[in-house]
Design a protein around this ligand. Structure first.
Ligand SMILES: Cc1cc2nc3c(=O)[nH]c(=O)nc-3n(C[C@H](O)[C@H](O)[C@H](O)COP(=O)(O)OP(=O)(O)OC[C@H]3O[C@@H](n4cnc5c(N)ncnc54)[C@H](O)[C@@H]3O)c2cc1C
Length: 472
């Protein structure tokens, strides 16, 4: 069977692109690795940034550029912010409404972040949109190759129900998200492993800003699952404090904005304070319990499960990997440069909006704005591929030692390619990656290729910039 469009992934970027393709009667297939909800979009807590009005657009642009250390593509930031003005109405027409009121998050000058279900924004949006989606759909299917000849994509290879097969399409959208599984501590869904970025590298497709990895400062890591519990930025935005074991708000020693400084600054300050032997906590005792329970229900219930008496008890925290600003370089319509019909949307892409560091809650907005632009471009171009048949990649997908190597990689990335980087550590990580690649199956190899690209980019950028922090 051949589709007008295949979308790899089932996160927000995927299903929002699919909405417009469905409306234009473009036959669309969503292929996703596990269950549909097993994606970062589902776990998003804080919300969606939307400029308040025309007057707020320049300020939102300025906040985004400042957070990104002016490494952003200004044109893309303008598209992001201006287009956000129509989003509330567009979603309302579709039947989705946010909770009343907006909140303020770190590095935003004013409140402009919309949420739903308190801290369940991602889950509520994702559930709502997926229910209305009319695409064809395959879950529990791993995409292990993209079928490419010259400047045209012809479809994807999937591993599904123990079989490898090809599916063909006139257009392909990569919406496979970020790279969380590459780090020992991360907030991401377990499906997010940077495999499509690895395929892009194999195919000679350009990735940009891969050294720009964001670490979230407030993560509860004392839990058994590899996905750690994020404590949303909105907590600090709404008054929570970061303190050490003596109750001292030490962040002010690092930045005059204290808890409201940007993520990279707060993460580094916590990391350095921990290295000096301190313990670090989030203090939410200023919140009334009933308010906390209603405003942050996910966090409240999960922490209670772990025996923490919120909001009265201090919550032990650590930074953890959260988001990658870098990705597959795309134009303003999310089309991959040099291709006629291959697109990347959402976290896997680099539209240039985030620069060297992402402003809180700008990524769901990016999924909405650029997901739609990709779909509209596909509809406008109406590109048709010839009926070519591709041989299936015969590489072994999985090998016995994959798990061992994945865990070693996670350690390497956390220790040597983490919050504070130096040449010696980066070179050690590179050597480990290069030596390991021949020993692992294809799927693990793809994540190693992505890791290698991050390390190489981090080595190449000798000066600190935004989230990339080098001490030598
Ligand atoms: C805990 C948490 C909280 C966050 N909170 C916010 C927030 O409040 N506001 C905000 O703006 N951003 C937030 N973010 C970031 C934001 O959620 C993500 O950047 C965004 O959801 C990415 O959406 P996406 O559609 O690009 O990818 P995802 O939603 O991550 O979806 C990727 C999809 O690709 C699939 N996939 C991956 N590899 C393969 C493969 N090989 N084969 C088939 N399918 C594959 C996955 O299974 C998944 O379905 C948060 C992130 C996390 C982890």
């Amino acid at each position: 069977m051949k589709f007008d469009c295949i979308i790899i992934g089932s996160g927000l970027a995927a299903i929002w692109s699919a909405k417009f393709l469905n409306e234009a009667n473009f036959s669309t297939l969503i292929v996703t690795k596990n269950q549909v909800w097993d994606c970062n979009s589902f776990y998003a807590q804080g919300g969606v940034t939307i400029a308040n009005d025309e007057k707020d657009v320049p300020l939102h642009i300025e906040d985004t550029l400042k957070a990104g250390s002016f490494h952003n593509k200004k044109e893309a930031v303008e598209v992001l912010s201006k287009s956000s003005l129509k989003l509330i109405e567009e979603l309302a027409l579709y039947g989705f409404r946010f909770d009343p009121g907006v909140t303020k998050e770190g590095a935003h000058s004013i409140p402009r972040v919309y949420h739903k279900g308190g801290d369940a924004t991602g889950r509520e949006i994702h559930k709502f949109l997926f229910k209305k989606d009319k695409s064809y759909f395959i879950d529990e299917a791993i995409v292990f190759d993209i079928l490419i000849k010259k400047d045209i994509a012809y479809g994807v290879s999937v591993f599904h129900k123990n079989k490898k097969y090809n599916i063909y399409a006139n257009n392909v959208i990569i919406a496979s998200g970020g790279i969380g599984a590459l780090y020992k501590y991360d907030t991401n869904a377990r499906t997010i492993a940077g495999e499509m970025q690895g395929i892009a590298i194999e195919k000679g497709i350009k990735l940009k800003d891969m050294e720009m990895t964001q670490f979230h400062p407030t993560v509860f890591i004392e839990m058994k699952f590899s996905q750690k519990l994020l404590l949303t930025e909105a907590l600090r935005g709404e008054g929570a404090h970061i303190v050490d074991e003596e109750g001292k708000r030490f962040l002010f020693e690092y930045d005059e904005r204290g808890e409201l400084a940007s993520r990279d600054i707060v993460s580094r300050a916590i990391f350095l304070h921990q290295q000096k032997g301190h313990k670090v906590f989030l203090d939410v005792s200023m919140f009334d319990e009933e308010f906390f329970k209603k405003r942050f229900p996910t966090i409240y219930n999960k922490l209670k499960d772990y025996g923490i008496n919120v909001p009265y008890e201090l919550i032990p925290i650590s930074p953890a990997f959260h988001y990658i600003m870098g990705g597959i370089e795309v134009d303003l319509n999310s089309k991959i440069k040099g291709f006629k019909n291959l697109y990347a949307v959402g976290e896997v892409s680099n539209t240039g909006v985030h620069g060297a560091n992402r402003l809180a809650s700008n990524s769901l907005l990016e999924c909405f704005i650029f997901g739609k632009r990709a779909a509209k471009e596909i509809i406008k171009q109406n590109f048709k591929t010839k009926d070519l048949e591709f041989e299936i990649n015969s590489e072994e997908l999985f090998k016995n030692d994959d798990k061992k190597y994945k865990n070693l990689l996670r350690e390497q990335m956390w220790n040597n390619v983490g919050i504070i980087r130096n040449e010696k550590g980066l070179k050690e990580a590179l050597e480990f990656i290069e030596n390991s690649i021949p020993k692992v199956g294809r799927m693990t190899k793809l994540r190693f290729l992505t890791a290698k690209e991050i390390v190489k980019s981090a080595l190449n950028r000798k000066e600190s910039l935004g989230a990339h922090y080098r001490i030598n």
